[in-house]
Design a protein around this ligand. Structure first.
Ligand code: GLN
Length: 472
């Protein structure tokens, strides 16, 4: 088997006709990880022994003819999803030795299918960043050029899939963390409709934005994973009702392009790659129409108020008493401050400070409440656009994967999120599909094409995504 081109779909066929066993497949992935991950650093921990046991259990199920879509499929899990009895750190020192006491809903669902869990993947601390450089455990490298970032925050998951070190992966996306690293690593990643996948057992960053989604080599593979993890969950109060998931039909005729929003800081060849994908779609019979989303001009500012506000609130629970690291001190106040000073990295502290500021009594009206109001305008812009188009096309990233350390200025890093954060603020689904390449220092680097659909429009994204895949 060639792990660089193997897909879940192909592995499913081969496993079911017993061309090879789930144990063979798992061993092949463990070998690939042993061979490559010293350099790439996609994984924070590899579970070789339990993965082999899970593969044997999957083989027994397959032998009885009871296989489900993901039975025996080796997947990688981002280090912010709880697996009972396993360490889970959210890329942070403060949770370095924290062991989960229950399974996240997505993990329970994968276990029910006898998935093979290869290990937990690297990420920016608490899912704050765009390059995986904010991990407390060192960065992950882009498999296409190891001097460059893989994107973030799910950079470990996307690099693992891109380098043939997992057949698929789970990531989480708060403002682009599945779509952007998928784009920069040349794989497919989908952020579903807010509420479509349970957040129960996901370590929270910004709760009104966080969504778990899937990463794979192909659109079909991301669909198979998403179908397996989505659904109503009584343990998540923001989970969508069962009725939401019934009878979804793709629509694929009219694509909206917010032209006025495109120029913004894009590298010229990144824009050219985006235009090429649009041309390919129009040749396939899509109608392209110009649309306006005027409130999107404020999306970065709104996101970088709402995200820190919610992050500062969520991370208040990491106080040295309830979870993880606890630095001994004479007073309780000192336990809090010493634990948090030692446990959190620079970007996390920056978000906590910003968030505390924008929520403070004197400033909440000027910042937090205003950002909430403008968020509604962004939602309304999307809703209005979807009255006349089936999906909206945008680039994923304005720039190609950058070199490590190049975006040391936090605001320069935030600016790279311009095309992904509006989608998260609106809660609508979006997929990143490879669409061409650009060249830097003689190396070909992947470009991602983003498609955005109305709430519940995942099937539309998969259908159009396949057309993009087939045109490149
Ligand atoms: N880059 C964005 C941020 O730093 C998005 C991260 C994410 O989606 N988790 O907040």
């Amino acid at each position: 088997m060639d792990l660089s081109t193997l897909t879940i779909k192909e592995a499913r066929r081969a496993l079911d006709v017993k061309e090879y066993s789930a144990l063979d497949l798992t061993n092949a992935y463990l070998d690939a990880i042993a061979g490559k991950d010293k350099e790439i650093h996609a994984y924070l921990e590899v579970w070789a022994d339990s993965a082999r046991e899970e593969a044997k259990a999957a083989d027994a199920v397959i032998a009885k003819g009871g296989s489900q879509p993901l039975t025996g499929i080796p997947l990688a899990i981002k280090d912010n999803m709880l697996i009972e009895g396993r360490r889970v750190s959210s890329g942070s020192k403060i949770l370095e030795n924290y062991v989960a006491s229950y399974d996240a809903t997505v993990i329970r669902k994968l276990k029910e299918q006898n998935v093979v869990f290869l290990g937990r993947t690297n990420m920016d601390e608490f899912a704050l960043g765009s390059s995986t450089e904010n991990s407390a455990y060192g960065p992950t490298k882009n498999p296409h050029d190891t001097s460059r970032v893989p994107g973030g925050t799910s950079g470990g998951s996307t690099a693992a899939v891109a380098a043939g070190m997992a057949l698929g992966a789970l990531g989480s996306d708060t403002g682009g963390s599945i779509r952007q690293p998928s784009a920069l690593c040349g794989v497919v990643g989908i952020k579903p409709t807010y509420g479509a996948v349970s957040r129960f057992g996901l370590i929270a960053a910004a709760s009104s934005l966080d969504q778990i989604g899937s990463i794979g080599k192909t659109v079909a593979d991301t669909k198979v994973i998403l179908d397996s993890i989505q659904g109503h969950d009584a343990n998540d109060s923001t989970s969508l009702p069962d009725s939401f998931f019934a009878n979804k039909k793709p629509v694929r005729k009219v694509l909206g392009v917010p032209r006025a929003f495109l120029g913004k800081g894009m590298e010229p060849d990144m824009l050219a790659a985006f235009e090429n994908s649009l041309t390919a779609l129009s040749q396939k019979g899509y109608t392209l129409v110009d649309i306006e989303l005027p409130a999107l001009d404020y999306a970065l500012a709104v996101y970088y108020i709402i995200n820190p506000a919610e992050v500062s609130t969520n991370l208040a629970r990491l106080d040295g008493i309830r979870y993880g690291l606890s630095v001994p001190a004479d007073t309780i106040a000192e336990v809090y401050s010493k634990t948090r000073a030692q446990g959190f990295g620079t970007e996390t502290r920056r978000r906590i400070l910003t968030g505390t500021f924008v929520l403070s009594a004197g400033y909440a009206d000027a910042y937090y409440r205003k950002a909430r109001a403008v968020r509604e305008l962004i939602r309304a812009d999307f809703a209005k656009a979807f009255e006349s188009v089936d999906a909206i096309a945008l680039p994923v990233s304005p720039i190609a994967p950058w070199k490590f350390g190049e975006k040391a200025d936090p605001v320069a890093m935030y600016a790279a999120d311009i095309f992904t954060v509006p989608v998260s603020l609106a809660g609508v689904p979006a997929i990143s599909v490879p669409g061409g390449t650009v060249e830097r220092d003689g190396k070909k680097l992947p470009v991602g094409f983003q498609l955005i659909a109305p709430h519940g429009g995942e099937e539309t994204l998969f259908a159009i995504g396949k057309d993009i895949e087939n045109s490149s």
